[in-house]
Design a protein around this ligand. Structure first.
Ligand code: ZN
Length: 310
């Protein structure tokens, strides 16, 4: 395994984030980097003392976690950072059950952490656009596909009970996989394809699909769409071949979902996918995962019980 793909080891984690003070310092830094303007007067300048933040103008005070996905937490920051480490240090996702076991917390607590850290990642990549031309570098093409996920085993290989997902991935000229994006859709309609295009495909991008009818919409707005009907042939297994990256990504997703969830509820599928895409998009810097995930949490919006249990 190449060094770049290796994440922080458990020993390193203990050394860097083993104490509440270390985690607080790390959290203060990512929150300050994200910006902490005063909730009352909007003043961007604030000072931090212990776990509180104060506005330099109106002296309103708030908690260092308020306004984020970690708002109102009763858990020590060491538990949060340990959860971030466990949820990002392996290629596979970790289940809430396993997370609880490793953290020594109850299942509901682990479920809550799992859900909140999925939400932070999903929110951060919700505006991720693929296929933009990069300055200096060559522009990646985008491969997109329609996928059916889940469903009951005894429903056979049909589409009944399955979630419909649009999957897109960048392919760099070298064949290397770039950023990925996914969205749960109600069906592969023109309206759903257009919404996916606007959210995740950069204007000017070149998009390849296998000819799913609605995907002609990916060619609008200055984009170019090329349909290549594969006719249900076996997926290309050669690196660099058309659809190799999207097929690899779908295979990785399927493995991750099977490993992590015995059953996955359609209600939570959007943020399972968001977390999976976020982790995939950060995979080239495994050592920076805890920093990136705490940064996503620092920028995230608050989750209310109503949003969670709706
Ligand atoms: Zn203020």
């Amino acid at each position: 395994m190449r060094a770049i793909m290796r994440g922080v080891t458990d020993t390193e984690f203990e050394r860097l984030y083993g104490t509440e003070e270390q985690c607080l310092a790390a959290w203060v830094k990512v929150r300050q980097d994200a910006g902490m303007s005063c909730p009352r007067c909007g003043n961007p300048k604030s000072y931090v003392y212990d776990r509180r933040v104060g506005c330099t103008r109106c002296h309103t005070r708030w908690s260092i976690t308020s306004g984020t996905v970690m708002a109102d937490t009763k858990l020590p920051l060491t538990t949060w950072f340990r959860a971030m480490h466990l949820m990002s240090s392996t290629k596979q996702c970790i289940s809430a059950v396993e997370l609880g076991r490793r953290l020594g917390v109850s299942y509901p607590t682990a479920w809550y952490l799992h859900m909140r850290l999925r939400h932070a990642r999903t929110e951060e990549i919700s505006g991720c656009q693929l296929g933009a031309s990069s300055e200096g570098g060559a522009t990646p093409i985008v491969e997109a596909d329609d996928v059916y996920l889940g469903g009951e085993r005894n429903e056979g290989s049909g589409t009944a009970g399955k979630a419909r997902v649009i999957v897109a991935v960048e392919r760099h000229p070298s064949g290397r996989m770039g950023a990925v994006a996914m969205a749960v859709v109600s069906g592969f309609s023109n309206a759903e394809a257009a919404a996916f295009r606007d959210a995740h495909i950069a204007p000017g991008a070149l998009v390849h699909t296998d000819g799913t009818p609605a995907f002609h919409i990916f060619g609008e707005g200055g984009r170019t769409h090329v349909a290549t009907v594969t006719g249900g042939k076996r997926p290309e297994r050669e690196r660099g071949a058309l659809f190799f990256n999207v097929n690899t990504l779908i295979a990785n997703l399927s493995t991750a979902l099977k490993a992590t969830f015995k059953v996955f509820s359609p209600k939570h599928l959007p943020d399972y996918l968001g977390a999976f895409c976020w982790t995939t998009n950060h995979r080239r810097n495994m050592r920076g995962m805890i920093g990136a995930l705490s940064g996503a949490a620092a920028k995230s919006s608050r989750l209310t019980r109503r949003t969670v249990y709706a």
